[in-house]
Write a protein that binds this ligand. Structure first.
Ligand SMILES: [Zn+2]
Ligand SMILES: [Zn+2]
Length: 154
């Protein structure tokens, strides 16, 4: 199914980091990887993709920590709120995503899948009816997301 971006605003707990972006609200995913667990201090991280090139900061910019060879995680230097996973390579920018909890209206988001379900905690099983991909299925995930947010193959 094709998805269309929606203009949103969001920010951190203390309000210093504020952003605007066009995001794909309806193909969010719950990532159970151990990096997301550590980064959030929670069982999983739930994020929505940004349309490449549309993320702009209207307050402070986040501080970043490079968490893998592919991306860096942005957070407010003052209050610590996790805001963004930013792709390091320009060609991967369409995978840049923001945390649903940082959206001003997180109630508008919908999650459609779990990823890295092989490290899902057994006692944490929200949205149990949604498809679950394991870490080894990264290629399938990327292909699926690309089809949803870039239907013209751009
Ligand atoms: Zn803050
Ligand atoms: Zn993750």
């Amino acid at each position: 199914m094709e998805h269309h971006p929606t203009s949103v605003t969001g920010g951190c707990l203390c309000g210093r980091v504020r952003y605007r972006a066009e995001v794909f609200l309806h193909n969010g995913y719950i990532c159970h990887c151990t990096i997301c667990q550590r980064s959030t201090g929670q069982p999983a991280e739930i994020t929505v993709l940004i349309k490449a090139g549309t993320l702009t900061y209207t307050g402070d910019t986040p501080k970043y920590y490079q968490s893998s060879p592919d991306g860096k995680r942005g957070f407010c230097a003052e209050c610590g709120s996790r805001i963004v996973w930013q792709a390091l390579r320009a060609e991967d920018d369409w995978l840049t995503n923001v945390t649903v909890g940082s959206l001003d209206h997180p109630e508008d988001a919908r999650v459609t899948r779990h990823i890295c379900a092989d490290t899902q905690l057994s006692w944490y099983d929200p949205c149990a009816d949604l498809p679950k991909l394991v870490a080894d299925q990264a290629d399938l995930l990327v292909a699926t997301l690309r089809a949803e947010v870039q239907p013209d193959g751009a």
